[in-house]
Design a protein. Structure first.
Length: 302
């Protein structure tokens, strides 16, 4: 999640393997969030339209307006106010140990918040805490995720439920609670999904289903909340070196090489590959980009 006052403030909902992402976000690039000129954003109007029963219903229309989260400009085009270096971060995770280590590693203010995206109350509390700390949210990054391997007819019901609850329902819970804050700032909701949402991956039935559902949710939310000025986008990494696969990489020295052979670019992804794109999507210069699932996979889904 993110809020802009005098500093760029980025609350962040992390998860398995992706706490690496926020630590790698290049803060100077994020400063550009407050450095863009006036942009188009939607406003609301009324268009009478028959709904099939002969009744008139309200429908949003779009007009030109200045995005609220941009710093205002004077008549000479100069920004009023100085955005100090760094990004304020609300880092959210189930593990307090992970949060403390992350907070210590960042060269800026970081508020650690414990949360489990499977628990609606803790998600609501995390968003409220972030807003109370920073005053608003401009960017929310949801990267919570988990995985279970195996063929579907052998799958344990608990594993199936867990993967869907975290990856899909958890993402919807985060979206539900953070969207009102993003509507206030006309901010950005960024989900981290996966290439597995658009291609079949052996022995990952629930994971593929959850990520495919999240891809669809991103498109739906972009349509629903575009009239409110909210951009909803997703990053779909390919196989990336994170803590989620750290154990299997340690156990099988050929694991990285075998998977890299199937990537046209010839290597696996890194957290920096994802965070560089996330930094761009957090800026106003990406304002017109919404409803997209952007693949960062070295060409594996091309």
């Amino acid at each position: 999640m993110v809020s802009l006052n005098e500093r760029v403030q980025i609350p962040f909902l992390g998860g398995h393997g992706w706490t690496d992402l926020i630590a790698e976000l290049p803060c100077p690039a994020l400063l550009d969030v407050a450095d863009s000129a006036a942009r188009f954003r939607p406003t609301r109007g009324i268009i009478p339209k028959a709904d099939g029963r002969g009744d008139d219903v309200e429908k949003p229309i779009r007009k030109e307006r200045v995005r609220r989260r941009s710093k205002p400009r004077d008549r000479e085009g100069n920004r009023r106010g100085v955005c100090r270096p760094g990004a304020n971060v609300a880092a959210v995770s189930r593990s307090s140990d992970d949060l403390e280590a992350l907070a210590a590693s960042l060269p800026t203010e970081c508020v650690p918040i414990e949360c489990d995206v499977r628990d609606d109350e803790t998600v609501e509390r995390a968003v409220t805490t972030a807003v109370n700390c920073f005053g608003a949210i401009d960017v929310a990054v949801n990267s919570a995720g988990t995985i279970a391997r195996g063929r579907l007819h052998e799958a344990d019901e608990t594993d199936l439920t867990m993967v869907l609850d975290v990856n899909l329902l958890g993402a919807l819970r985060v979206s539900k609670h953070v969207l009102p804050a993003l509507m206030e700032t006309e901010g950005t909701l960024l989900h981290v999904t996966s290439e597995a949402g658009s291609v079949g991956v052996p022995e990952l039935p629930s994971y593929c289903a959850s990520k495919g559902g999240l891809d669809a949710a991103v498109r739906q939310l972009a349509v629903n909340y575009g009239p409110d000025g909210v951009s909803v986008v997703a990053i779909a990494p390919g196989t990336t070196k994170t803590s989620m696969n750290e154990e299997v990489r340690a156990e099988d020295p050929s694991w990285v090489k075998d998977r890299a052979e199937n990537v046209p670019y010839g290597r696996l992804g890194t957290p920096e590959d994802v965070s560089d794109l996330a930094a761009f999507l957090a800026q106003d210069r990406s304002d017109y980009l919404t409803g997209e699932v952007i693949h960062v996979d070295g060409g594996s889904t091309a």
